[in-house]
Design a protein around this ligand. Structure first.
Ligand code: F0G
Length: 459
């Protein structure tokens, strides 16, 4: 039976109109977009689940902060307010704003990675992997085995496989430049990482003298799951859990467009290494902008400082994760498989299971994304072999561990009726699944291809 929908702990003060095209119009639009959903115009989308990044609704508090933003080039008030918030929440000495997550990757990674080095992660996100490669190094994923079986329910499917991780460290002796723990683990389905796992990874890193970095885009959702699922923390506040989690790492990168509930922004945090901070400041000035604005407007810095706290609000997180649990429970009733239990920022439908007749190199996750648009004007994305792309050394198509279609949910944006439409669309597609065809790529760029590639259905 469907789970109860947890009511929104806010009311709506401003609205944005959305419209539904006809099915025929949508078939035409997606063809014009070369079957790449990034090519669609947003106004032709009814429910936009392409990403939870930068699509959030800011609060009245954040919008009043916008009016107070200090636009000074150097030393503005909003910068100091943000640094104070970052120090308070994460317990790190140095907080550097940047324009978004990949700005943080570009500024930080070359200080630790170069030709011949490797970086190991529970799982890299696509841009994070790209920046490891752009720095000349190679990226290796090392997630726990249980993450690879979508129907196997486990509390922390985002964890690093610690045993395998230590083996990799030995195999690449002296070459591991950085370890990155992605919390929550986006590519594995928004799955959380336990504090216990972070402790174990940190212990290995210390023994081998390897720096440990957190990719913190969804740190607050991760803290919510730790509180719910890790006995030791059931009475801790989410801020206490965050502090504890970050105490095991040396640095973090963060796309603040997610859990900090803003539309733009990013952060780098460095626990205490003043030399590293000096390198980061240098790169930041070259690539992002002066230290005290890092590619953002003063008003963005202000909204971000406020959003960091709002993102950690327990009532809000119960509602947010509750929305996804509601959708997941309807899919359970209809035997539609997804990465279970459902993650923090999205529901990842198991497209391999939905379309067993479509092989990985014909991109089942992308096929389902196209169908969701045709069915109900819902825009999603592939998190599978289509996104993973080709081996940078051989050019061969890589096979991903999963073939997911991600329904990523913007924060404080959609209501229960929208979730019902998502469920109905998936049920309708399941009923005609055997008629859905795979895709081939007709053009692709060398890196991060899924943003730009052109595709065509295989007849
Ligand atoms: N790390 C993770 C775990 C992410 O999910 C993202 C972005 C980034 C880094 C890069 O941050 O976009 O601010 O430059 N993820 C978005 C997504 C785009 O849709 O999952 P960015």
């Amino acid at each position: 039976m469907a789970k109860r929908y947890i009511p929104e702990p806010f009311r709506i003060k401003m609205v944005e109109r959305i419209k539904m095209l006809t099915r025929e119009e949508r078939i035409e639009k997606i063809k014009e977009a070369k079957y790449n959903l990034f090519n669609l115009r947003a106004e032709d989308v009814y429910i936009d689940l392409l990403t939870d990044s930068g699509t959030n609704a800011m609060s009245d508090e954040q919008w009043s902060g916008v009016m107070k933003g200090d636009e000074a080039y150097a030393g503005g008030k909003s910068y100091f307010r943000l640094v104070e918030a970052g120090r308070d929440i994460f317990g790190y000495e140095f907080i550097q704003p940047v324009h978004q997550g990949r700005g943080a990757e570009k500024v930080l990674f070359p200080t630790k990675l170069s030709e011949g080095k490797v970086a190991i992660s529970n799982m890299f996100f696509d841009t994070t992997r790209a920046h490891v490669e752009l720095a000349g190094a190679r990226a290796i994923d090392c997630v726990v085995e249980e993450a690879k079986d979508p129907t196997h329910r486990a509390p922390f499917k985002g964890n690093m496989d610690v045993e395998k991780f230590e083996k990799l460290v030995n195999e690449h002796e002296g070459k591991v430049g950085l370890v990155v723990m992605t919390i929550t683990n986006n590519s594995a389905g928004g799955q959380p990482v336990s504090v216990e796992n972070m402790r174990a990874v940190s212990e290995v890193c210390k023994r081998y003298n390897i720096p440990l970095c957190i990719d913190a885009a969804r740190f607050a959702e991760n803290a919510h799951f730790v509180k719910e699922r890790e006995e030791e923390f059931k009475n801790s506040s989410l801020k206490e859990i965050t502090r504890e989690m970050f105490s095991y790492a040396d640095m973090f990168i963060m796309s603040a467009k997610k859990d900090a509930i803003t539309n733009m922004g990013g952060l780098i945090g460095i626990k205490d290494d003043a030399n590293l901070y000096q390198l980061v400041k240098g790169n930041c000035i070259s690539y992002e902008g002066f230290i005290t604005y890092g590619g953002l407007s003063g008003r963005d810095l202000e909204a971000l400082a406020i959003g960091l706290y709002e993102g950690l609000d327990e009532e809000y997180l119960n509602y947010r994760v509750g929305q996804l649990e509601y959708l997941a429970s309807i899919l359970d009733d209809n035997e539609i498989a997804y990465q279970a239990p459902v993650g923090g920022h999205g529901l990842f439908v198991d497209a391999k299971k939905m379309f067993p007749h479509i092989p990985y190199n014909e991109f089942p996750g992308q096929a389902l994304a196209v169908e969701l648009y045709i069915e109900a004007g819902i825009r999603t994305c592939d998190i599978g072999s289509y996104m993973l792309g080709n081996d940078p050394d051989t050019g061969e198509q890589l096979q991903a561990d999963f073939e997911f279609t991600r329904l990523a949910v913007a924060r404080r944006v959609y209501t229960q009726a929208h979730f019902d439409i998502m469920a109905e669309a998936l049920i309708a597609i399941k009923d005609r699944a055997k008629d859905v065809k795979g895709y081939k790529i007709t053009w692709e760029p060398p890196i991060l291809r899924h943003f730009q590639a052109s595709l065509e259905p295989i007849e």
